[in-house]
Structure formats: structure tokens, C-alpha cells
Design a protein around this ligand. Structure first.
Ligand code: ATP
Length: 215
């Protein structure tokens, strides 16, 4: 199985690392690829550059050999001159592995929003969706997505190349990048517990997210 976990990772945090490792454990995977989105940081907030987010993702992934940082979307964005849509990324992966079981992992907050994604229905033709219950983000789905989810739902690791939806009810950490960016900008030292030590050191060294001095 090729398992991809996409995100802005602005910054990558212990919630992401825990989620990726939990998926590996639950599905018996030797690896999961963390796909960095080339999207700029969230509008109206201080975000890190793609280059910095990539270094932080590499640092966090170094904690577990099963976690593989993947620059496929960043490369596509550079080639296209615009951010790459998830559906295009999955098409590229699918072209390289036509018969492989392909899984795209999302948190429940992101899954709820999937109907806003470009060509969202095609995602289900290209991959299986693995949905993680994120604390504070119940799966209250819009009607069309709820119906599609029920129709495609599987109860164990996907076996078909694409088309299944697996909802994994594993304990997740109540951590978000938005809260971390805010805490960093305010100089809250407890934020260190929410980041890999090497990522926290990098943020301080390069004064990312409004970090002005060592706490
Ligand atoms: P932000 O707060 O800026 O939206 P985020 O913490 O949600 O950021 P993203 O990079 O947007 O981080 O998330 C990438 C993917 O990881 C999404 O599918 C999201 O649902 C999932 N995710 C993020 N945090 C967690 C968490 N604590 N547990 C499980 N999944 C998570």
C-alpha cells in the first residue's frame, strides 16, 4: 500500500507525528509519506516558507524511520508555477503505480471540508480515504459527503486500489498548528511540548512565527 498524509505542516507538530505513526501501526505499514503542500501559510497569519516547512518536516520525520517526507507537491508546484491540487498529486502517484492500493489520510476537520476541494469526487476514484477522528472535529458531514461515505465505507485496511473510506477511531492528540503559531508569537514556552525538539530548535534559530528570542 502507498499511504500519503498531506498537510501544510505550518509547522509540523506532535499531533501529525502521532497520527502518522498510529496509521502505520493500525494498517501494518512499513512507511507513510508526509506530503508537504506548497500552499502558502494561512491568510492573515504568520506562516513559514515552503523551504522552512520542508526542513521542519524532514526534522520531525527523522524521529521514526517509517515517516518519509515527500516533496511531490512542492515539485509539481514549482513546475506548474501554482500550487498543485491534491487530485493532481494523486493522479501522478497513480500513473506511477497503476494497480497499487493507494490511501490518502486526512483528519476529520479536513475530511468535512473535502467537498470544497478541486474535483473532490475524483479523489475517491484515485485513492482510498483514511479518516482520523480529530479531537474537537466531529464527523458531522454535509449530506452528499455523508451518503458517499456510507456507500464506500470499509471496516479494515483497504484492499482495493481506490474507492474505500476507512474511518479510524484511534486516539489523536488535541494539537493544532494554528494554536502553536499563536503560542509561539506570544512567547508561550509550553509550546515546546507540542513540537519535536529539533523542530522547536529550528524555529527558534531562524525566528519563525514571530519568535524574537530564546525563551
Ligand atoms: P491548522 O491549525 O493551521 O489548520 P493543522 O494542525 O490542522 O493546521 P495541517 O497541516 O493543516 O495541520 O494538517 C494536515 C493534516 O493533518 C490534516 O488532514 C489534518 O486534519 C491532520 N491533522 C492535523 N493535526 C492533527 C492531529 N492533532 N491529529 C490528527 N490529525 C491531525
Amino acid at each position: 500500500m502507498i499511504c500519503l498524509f498531506g498537510g501544510t505542516f505550518d509547522p509540523v507538530h506532535v499531533g501529525h507525528v502521532h497520527a502518522a505513526r498510529s496509521v502505520c501501526d493500525a494498517l501494518g505499514l512499513a512507511e507513510i509519506r508526509l506530503v508537504l503542500s506548497a500552499r502558502p501559510g494561512h491568510r492573515g497569519e504568520t506562516g513559514a516558507s515552503v523551504a522552512d516547512r520542508w526542513v521542519m518536516l524532514e526534522l520531525a520525520c527523522a524521529e521514526d524511520p517509517r515517516l518519509i517526507p515527500d516533496a511531490i507537491e512542492v515539485r509539481r508546484a514549482q513546475a506548474l508555477g501554482r500550487p498543485s491540487y491534491t487530485v493532481e498529486t494523486l493522479q501522478e502517484v497513480r500513473r506511477a503505480a497503476p494497480a497499487e492500493v493507494l490511501a490518502w489520510v486526512v483528519g476529520s476537520d479536513a475530511y468535512r471540508e473535502i467537498p470544497t476541494w478541486y474535483r473532490w469526487q475524483d479523489l475517491f476514484e484515485l485513492a482510498n480515504l483514511v479518516v482520523l477522528h480529530r479531537p474537537g472535529a466531529p464527523l458531522d458531514l454535509p449530506d452528499e459527503l455523508a451518503a458517499l461515505t456510507e456507500a464506500r465505507r470499509v471496516s479494515g485496511p483497504p484492499e482495493q486500489p481506490a474507492g474505500g473510506v476507512l474511518i479510524l477511531d484511534l486516539p489523536m492528540l488535541p494539537v493544532s498548528a494554528t494554536a502553536i503559531r499563536r503560542a509561539l508569537a506570544e512567547g508561550d514556552p509550553s509550546v515546546a511540548d507540542l513540537l519535536s525538539p529539533a523542530v522547536y530548535t529550528y524555529i527558534k534559530r531562524y525566528h519563525l512565527y514571530g519568535v524574537v528570542s530564546d525563551p
